[in-house]
Design a protein around this ligand. Structure first.
Ligand code: P6P
Length: 333
């Protein structure tokens, strides 16, 4: 008998499950699904690949720096904020079923009369380029998105985060990472630029019950409510490390993978907190809860907050269940 073929040890068997095939399999778990949601996630995937490509050569092309205007938040818009926002809006409005688009960069909701197969209608809310002030210094940035189903004729009503049917983010960092939940766990995909596809690298991510880092802007420490200060003092006594990138997607991704907590407490400058409920706190809260963690505004789960307006801000406490519970107890004292 001829020698058996040599077994070639592969350098790690890539799954070859792409984001698109993952989403189609998930779609089959929902009888009566029309594929409209899958197409919306596909639009988000295409937009993120295009944004990732632009970011890789940002220093070469003239797309860094300020655009010259302020957004509704009163923040200076970076050129890439405007580019990313335009890309996402154009791609999403071309998709059947996208009836409402909300963006950090736009004052009002955009109502898009996209007729959908089977009448399915969705609202897609996003922060197109979160942490964009990091761009000029080559830091990590991200896109955060939140998807709600809409009833017939429903357009402007904002729903509590618990009603989200999908949420996720794209981290443009050392690699481009797409993290997604459609309510059946949290799954992670990495962009293979040679193939042009997001390849699944992890399924059903679980956040550790406890971590060894906290992530907060300690420059605001003196204006944090006392419970936060006590909690952070306890973390330091326990030998925790402090990690803060100044971009929510970067900091929350670290917490999702390694455990610990991410905090944006009320401060003197932002008494309601700085982060926006509808397209930052809610999607991140859905991901963290789906991964077995906890997400609170301090005394109430983020996902149960009844929204009052599109750009509403809330305090954010999210991460490992044990640590969030400890902080919540200190806030009650
Ligand atoms: P600060 C970026 O501007 C952002 O919206 C989040 O991505 C980030 O977590 C936070 O603000 C950083 O805010 O006040 O610490 O610079």
């Amino acid at each position: 008998m001829a020698n058996p073929a040599p077994v070639v040890p592969l350098l790690g068997q890539p799954s070859f499950i792409t984001l698109q095939s993952h989403v189609l399999v998930e779609e089959r778990r929902h009888p009566g699904a029309t594929g409209t949601l899958s197409w919306i996630i596909s639009a988000l995937s295409i937009a993120s690949k295009t944004i990732a490509a632009k970011l890789k050569t940002a220093g070469i092309e003239d797309v860094l720096g300020e655009f010259g205007t302020d957004n509704v938040q009163g923040e200076r818009q970076q050129k890439l904020d405007v580019i990313a926002n335009h890309l996402l809006i154009q791609l999403l409005r071309s998709r059947e079923g996208v009836a409402v688009i909300g963006s950090e960069e736009n004052d009002e909701l955009l109502l898009v009369d996209a007729a959908a197969a089977g009448g399915r209608r969705y609202a897609v809310l996003f922060d197109p380029l979160d942490g964009s002030s990091n761009l000029d210094v080559g830091g990590g940035v991200g896109t955060i998105f939140s998807i709600f189903a809409l009833g017939d004729g429903e357009s402007g009503t904002l729903q509590p985060g618990r009603q989200q049917i999908a949420a996720g983010y794209v981290l443009y960092g050392s690699s481009t990472i797409f993290v997604l939940t459609t309510g059946n766990g949290v799954h992670m995909f990495v962009l293979d630029p040679a193939v042009g596809a997001f390849i699944r690298v992890a399924e059903h991510l679980r956040i550790p019950a406890r971590g060894k880092t906290y992530s907060v802007n300690e420059a605001n420490l003196d204006s944090f409510p006392a419970g936060y200060q006590r909690f952070l003092g306890q973390c330091r006594e326990r030998g925790y490390s402090s990690r803060y990138a100044g971009a929510m997607v970067v900091d929350v991704h670290r917490v999702l993978i390694k455990g610990g907590v991410f905090l944006y407490p009320p401060t003197a400058k932002a008494p309601q907190g700085k982060l926006r409920l509808m397209y930052e706190a809610n999607p991140m809260a859905m991901l963290i809860e789906q991964a077995g963690g906890a997400a609170s505004i301090g005394g109430q789960p983020i996902l149960d907050v009844a929204p009052e307006e599109l750009h509403q801000r809330v305090p954010v406490i999210l991460g490992s269940r044990d640590e969030v519970a400890e902080l919540e107890a200190m806030l009650k004292d």
